[in-house]
Every structure is written in structure tokens, then in C-alpha cells.
Design a protein around this ligand. Sequence first.
Ligand code: SF4
Length: 242
Amino acid sequence: MQIGNIHSLESFGTVDGPGIRYVIFAQGCPLRCLYCHNPDTWKVGNAPIQMTAEALLQEVSKYKTYIQKRGGVTFSGGEPLLQARFVGDFFRLCRQENIHTALDTSGCLFNDDVKQMLEYTDLVLLDIKTINATLHQKLTGISQDKPLAFLNYLQEINKPTWIRHVVVPTFTFNEKDLTDLAHFLKPYTMIERIELLPYHTYGAFKYEEMGKKYPLEGVEDLNSEQLKKAEEIFKNEGFVVS
Ligand code: SF4
């Protein structure tokens, strides 16, 4: 029996997929995004919550009446793909209960467990960090090969997908990279919308608590003017942007 390593649970999420969502934050992530506001989820193992898929469904079921209407469950992180078998088991149980399932991921792993998990996933929220290969390595610590293989597979199976992209001043807030990303994504017909997430420094205190230096010290929050500019670039390519 698979045991899930979970960092935390949120019973009333409104920003990770459609409607009201029960959000499960997985423990463990192989990336090291410079702007990550959840560095406390990085460490693999030693999760604050450990439970079976059945026990997790029981917990979620307490909120079924309001998440079932237009919402559902979202597995976020950390990186849920590290526990694809567990997430697949859990999503399969949710399907049986008619609960909508969303996966919030960086797409950094691609294997048979991931493919099987996607069979029980209704919506993927894929966080594309950047389309600039050099910047991708610098920003996340990994190459973009796996996330792009994951993206291509989503197209192959025609999986409803929302692309998420964090817009960071001096890093991803760059007209050329944003335009290149919009052009690159245009042919992917399974993409339903683009969500642009403005960079903020809310997570900085966590680094301090962990005795780590905040990697983006001095980088300011993205302002509404800058966000509007970024949105225009994607709207001009015909995307629904939120
Ligand atoms: S993928 Fe998400 S959790 Fe992992 S380092 Fe990047 S922002 Fe943080």
C-alpha cells in the first residue's frame, strides 16, 4: 500500500483550479526555483503528514458537498510527480466519487507512473518556468527537456491544461522570452488558458526561518502595469489569460 508524504492540507482553496478546491501540498521537490515561496516543501521524506490514499479520500469527503459542485481536489507541492503512484491511486478513488481532480506540477518527471496517474487526472496546471533554455537551468537548477516532454505528452493525450507562468522582474519579465513562450505554446490545442502569476516576496521569511539566504533579494514584486504588459503578449496570440 502506497503512503503519501504530504506537507500540508488546505480545505478551502480558491486559486488552484476551478471553483473551491481541497488542496493537497506534496512534500518533496527536486527543483530549486529561485523564486520558490515554499522552500519548506523541498526536502524529500520526513513529511509532516503521512497517509494512505483511502485515508486522504476520507478526509476530503468531509468537504464533498461544496467541492463537488464546481470545484474538486488539487494536488500541488512541492512536486506531486515524485509520488505519482500515490497521486494516481488517490485520483482514481476521487473519480469513483465524482470528484474533479487537478494536478499542479512543474512537469519535471516523465515515466510510466506519471502516464498512469494522468489517466485519472481531469485537469493539469502546468507551471512552465521559461522557454529560454539558459534561463531555465539558472532559474530552476534543471534543463527544460523533461517539462517539454511532459507538455508534449499532454497534447498527445489531449489533456485539458492550464499553463501557469510566474512573471519575475529582471528574470522572466522580458518581452522577448514572453513573446517566444506565447509563440511556442500557440500550436498546443489542449491549452485552455494561461495563468500569469505575478512574482511576490511573501515567501522570503521562510528562507530566513530555515537559515537560508533569499536568492532573489532586491528583486521587487511585479507591479500591475508590468502584469498587464505580460498579459497583452499572450492575449495577442489568442490565449485566454487570467
Ligand atoms: S517546482 Fe514549485 S515547489 Fe519546486 S522549487 Fe519550483 S516553485 Fe518551489
